[in-house]
Write a protein that binds this ligand. Structure first.
Ligand code: FAD
Length: 532
């Protein structure tokens, strides 16, 4: 083992970026090469596309992230032109459906909305930046509480989390007050109605510069820093295989998607953070196949609705001058759909789901001008409950060596089903959503359950566990069981039934994994030096 180890990171989303940052800051001699299958979208690597002001530029950045569904850009991104029949199915802008319907498409009839993004920054270039922390049984049970609190604090720092974003918004305040009147008495201390933490940097004019992987990378992409001299990001470079022998990883085989040349890159540590479907797929393709790989898939199911805020109730809490000031602030950044953001977090036993309430002055869909709630001067809230999925080995993704996907990997089939337990909590959450809607105004979109996969928060497929008993892929430090220097990262590590946005949790787990990987590397370097 050399004194200046090389670390290969697969995937440039927030999790791969957290590994790169912590490892380089902890190991002054180490070098990180980060491989990203997609293109760099912004001059500053990994920045949120939501910050791009020009609508055409923003649309272009999103399209280039859409992998097999990236339209005109597809061939330049190394994806065969024949992969997609135009106009079949679409996903949210910036993402592509895994089951997109063209040649080499995954099969996900029971999880149809499953999606990914292929670009520098990963889904973290497109995310909404909601960064709540897990609570009660959402937390990983085998990580001690005091260590967990420290990990969350570091993760919040890495992601630039604001605990009280838009807290001074009078509209947001009024929404909290109305929800508190309805639910406050039945929620436990500390888990009542509050602001939703988000990741970004508030600006003096009241707007937000949203965080992406760029803020996690931090000094690694600032010119002239010691860390930047030891960091290399290779975009449009697909990792085809993690090379290993007898549990020891030697590096990665990568394909340059511009030239289609393949090369072996040696590494002393490999971190795979390539999302909850493509990370297990890469492990499988590399012949690393723990029994739990791809199994125990969870997400949080989403019941959403849109409500027009009630004029009388809002008018009792907010005066016209305050409303005018709020709308003037919003007009400065009209393209940003997010303003005041509130929530009721998960708590047990009586509120085992998470509510998010996003205020906007316009509904998210065109409302018929004749609709009684059209043009509502108090605006609207889009709100939804996240409802947990209890982990089961039956839910998951299978990989087929006999059928390759559009990128040449063993193709995926997702198998997933809701049980009576989830159906009951979905019904309960829907009843809560109706109460919330009635407390705030009138529904312009009734509560409805989105199709499976809609959360974009896929967990469990490389879950961590306290013991190597066949129900987990990685140990509590994210090291793949049975391997010496292979670490995995991302939402796929989360082993619990989780109801909320998981990125903060996954960054906290990455900080823990990176600290331990740094210690392991240091020990291996010392052992190598002693044996020389
Ligand atoms: P990703 O960000 O998915 O990055 C993985 C990267 O790996 C991708 O860029 C991919 O191209 C690359 N890759 C894959 N395979 C290979 C390979 N073989 N070789 C090289 N590179 C490879 N989460 C929240 O917590 N809060 C939110 O409010 C929120 N909102 C969201 C809204 C949207 C529209 C979307 C799309 C996601 C949202 N998420 C949210 C989810 C959040 O973005 C993810 O949790 C987060 O990005 C996961 O980080 P990651 O680094 O594990 O994976």
């Amino acid at each position: 083992m050399p004194m200046n180890p090389t670390i290969a990171v697969v995937g440039s989303g927030p999790i791969g970026s957290a590994y790169a940052r912590v490892l380089l800051e902890t190991l002054p001699e180490a070098r990180v090469i980060m491989f990203e299958a997609g293109p760099q979208l912004t001059p500053r690597a990994g920045a949120s596309v939501r910050n791009i002001a020009d609508p055409d530029e923003k649309a272009r950045a999103r399209e280039k992230s859409q992998g097999p569904q990236s339209g005109a850009f597809r061939e330049s991104l190394g994806i065969p032109a024949g992969a997609v029949v135009e106009g079949m199915f679409t996903a949210r802008q910036g993402t592509f459906l895994l089951d997109f319907g063209g040649e080499g498409s995954a099969h996900a009839p029971t999880f149809p909305a499953a999606a990914g993004a292929t670009n520098v920054g990963g889904q973290g270039a497109h995310w909404t930046c909601a960064t709540p922390a897990p609570a009660f049984s959402e937390k990983v049970p085998f990580i001690p509480d005091d260590e967990w609190d420290d990990l969350i604090a570091v993760a919040q720092h890495l992601l630039h989390v604001q605990g009280a974003a838009f807290a001074d918004s009078p509209i947001g305040n009024a929404i909290r007050s109305l929800l508190d009147d309805e639910f406050g008495a039945e929620l436990p201390e500390g888990y009542g109605v509050g602001t939703l933490p988000v990741a970004g940097d508030p600006q003096p004019d009241g707007t937000m510069v949203w965080a992406g992987a760029d803020v996690v990378l931090g000094p690694l992409i600032e010119p002239g820093t010691p860390e930047s001299a030891r960091f290399e990001l290779r975009d449009l470079t697909l990792v085809r295989r993690v090379e290993h022998e007898q549990g020891v990883v030697s590096g990665v085989t990568v394909e340059d998607l511009r030239s289609h040349e393949t090369a072996f890159v040696p590494a002393d540590l490999v971190v795979v953070a390539a999302d909850a479907f493509r990370s297990p797929q890469l492990l499988w393709a590399s012949g690393i196949r723990p029994a739990a790989l791809g199994r125990y898939l969870t997400e949080h199911h989403v019941v959403i609705s849109t409500v027009a805020l009630d004029g009388d109730r809002m008018g009792g809490l907010v005066d016209d001058a305050q409303l005018a000031a709020e709308l003037a602030r919003r007009a400065q950044h009209a393209a940003d759909p997010v303003a005041a953001v509130n929530r009721i977090p998960f708590s047990e036993p009586d509120h085992p789901f998470s509510l998010q309430v996003m205020y906007a002055e316009n509904p998210p869909f065109p409302l018929d001008p004749a609709h009684p709630a059209a043009g509502n001067k108090w605006g609207y809230v889009n709100m939804g409950y996240g409802v947990r999925k209890l982990p089961r080995a039956e839910d998951g993704v299978r990989f087929d060596d006999g059928e390759l996907d559009y990128a040449g990997f063993p193709n995926m089939t997702i198998e997933y089903a809701l049980t009576d337990a989830e159906d009951a909590e979905i019904a309960d959450a829907t009843a809560h959503l109706r109460r919330a809607g009635a407390a705030l105004g009138t529904f312009v979109a009734e509560p409805r359950l989105l199709p499976n996969g809609s959360s974009l928060h896929y967990m469990g497929t490389m879950r961590m566990g306290a013991a190597d008993d066949g129900t987990s892929v990685a140990d509590p430090y994210s090291r793949v069981w049975g391997t010496e220097n292979l670490v995995v990262g991302g939402n796929a590590l989360i082993p619990t039934a989780n109801t909320m946005n998981p990125t903060l949790t996954s960054v906290a787990l990455a900080v823990r994994g990176a600290r331990r990987a740094a210690a392991d590397l240091t020990a291996r370097v010392a052992a190598g030096a002693a044996s020389r």
